[in-house]
Design a protein around this ligand. Structure first.
Ligand SMILES: Cc1ncc(COP(=O)(O)O)c(C=O)c1O
Length: 458
């Protein structure tokens, strides 16, 4: 959210010494007159140089680079609105193929009728899944003549902020299981202690945002199956595979985390993470059509034809779906497997280099995900916030943050090793870490409160 600065009269002073722009350009009011396209381009382009360098950004999971053919397709499809299914039927056909390919990657069962849709990212996908599960829970309660006024959602403190956002925006009680030092994931015992007949779903993670680990998915699945058999509670398990959904199928193909687990009724993934497409693309898949109550799907006819729609927003660019299709064709399963393994190997090299300094211990799952999360072995000697600042001076964006309650005294550094981060880059980063370590005993003047709850960038 930004303040609307109604009185602001800041200007871009005359730029390019009058070559293209010969008058000050207001920054907070639409200029009275326009300017040459090249001039506007330069003004905006040059200002954006102040942003961080995406190639050195280890904070974000989101794809910073696609190859030129993909960029060409993106430019060609920017002007097509995904929602106009009747006008752009082939885009819609590709949307269907992409959803199907993702569903099959997650072992959507033959014997059911899996359904899904592309979204703007995992946050929208999770909201859509939870709205569906809340509605199904209400319908079941109504059919049984039971009250449906106190829905709750069981999640771990390891979840991304979008989960708590859902509970607050859509009036569902969040049952957030706190972390403790050394236990940063959601266990079946945690779920058992919190679940009841008013639980609309359990949300569990394939790759946790804070520490790059896996919740106890198989055990939670077994617990929920047991509750169904013993008590008649129908509690769906939703797997948040935002980051892990395009990794585990390739790095751990035998790990049953997806629809192979019977309680898993829905899965989200951020295609703009390890689906390797630019930002603006996620997917939600439901195990069966019955998991998405039909009253939530809108049938729109005013763009021509019947367009079933389940989304939070309406218009959206179609290029991210097109780019995902491009990547599926371009890379194939073998390409994804190769890239996933290269990223995990590079992350492993980074982890080993960090551990070799003696300054860190690792928290992440080293086999499955290229997400490196370390804490200082001696936080008095090595302040991760100061280290993060020192690395920033060299251009590296490596966030330091404290873990959620009750592990807020644990401060970590997280480095997401993406496809664009080569082994050479790993070595360069390690050189800078080693150099910076020498100076980190001095706490920085502007250090945030050590136990502040800082949500890492998605
Ligand atoms: C586990 C998890 N879930 C959900 C999200 C939100 O994803 P998106 O940015 O695609 O909305 C993230 C972002 O990093 C995440 O790590």
């Amino acid at each position: 959210m930004h303040k609307v600065r109604t009185g602001a009269d800041d200007v871009h002073a005359t730029a390019y010494a009058g070559r293209w722009v010969d008058r000050p350009v207001p920054k907070f009011a639409i200029p009275a007159q326009g300017m040459d396209a090249e001039a506007a381009y330069c003004l905006v382009h040059d200002e954006l140089n102040l942003d961080g360098n995406p190639a050195l950004n280890l904070a974000s999971f989101v794809t910073p680079w696609m190859e030129p053919a993909a960029q060409k397709l993106a430019a060609e499809t920017l002007g097509k609105n995904m929602i106009d299914q009747d006008e752009y039927p082939q885009t819609e056909a590709i949307h269907e193929r992409v959803v199907t390919m993702v569903g099959r990657l997650f072992h959507a069962p033959h014997e059911a009728e899996p359904v899904g849709t592309a979204t703007i990212g995992s946050s929208e996908a999770i909201m859509l899944a939870m709205l569906a599960h809340r509605q199904s829970w209400r319908d079941r309660r109504a059919a049984a003549g039971l009250p449906a006024d106190r829905p709750n959602l069981v999640i771990g403190a390891d979840v991304h902020t979008c989960w708590e956002k859902f509970t607050r925006y859509f009036d569902v009680e969040p049952r957030v299981v706190p972390m403790t030092e050394g236990a940063y994931t959601l266990s079946a015992a945690d779920v058992a202690a919190n679940v009841d007949e008013n639980t609309i779903a359990v949300g569990a993670l394939l790759c946790t945002t804070f520490t790059g680990q896996i919740d106890e998915l198989a055990e939670i699945d077994a617990l929920l199956q047991g509750l169904r058999a013993d008590r008649g509670w129908h509690v769906p398990l939703h797997v948040d595979a935002a980051s892990g959904g395009f990794l585990a199928p390739f790095t751990r193909p035998d790990l049953a985390w997806d629809f192979r687990l019977p309680s898993v009724r829905s899965i989200n993934v951020s295609n703009h993470k390890f689906g390797l497409v630019y930002p603006g693309m996620g997917t939600i898949i439901f195990r069966d059509r019955s998991d998405l109550p039909s009253e939530l799907v809108f049938h729109i006819n005013y763009l021509g034809g019947d367009m079933p729609n389940y989304s939070l927003n309406f218009s959206r660019p179609s290029n991210s779906v097109i780019l995902q299709y491009f990547n599926f064709l371009r890379l194939g399963r073998a390409g994804y497997a190769r890239i996933a393994q290269a990223m995990v190997d590079n992350a492993q090299a980074l982890t080993e280099g960090l551990l070799a300094t003696g300054a860190f211990e690792a928290l992440h799952d080293r086999e499955t995900f290229p997400v490196v999360v370390v804490r200082a072995t001696d936080p008095e000697a090595h302040d991760v916030y100061a280290l993060s600042d020192r690395l920033r001076e060299r251009g590296w964006i490596v966030p330091a943050y404290s873990l959620p309650p009750n592990a807020e005294h644990v401060a970590v550094l997280r480095m997401v090793v993406k496809e664009s981060f080569s082994r050479d880059m790993v070595d360069l980063l390690l050189d800078d870490v080693r150099r910076a370590l020498a100076g980190t005993a001095v706490a920085r003047a502007s250090a945030p409160p050590k136990h502040a709850r800082v949500q890492p960038v998605c």
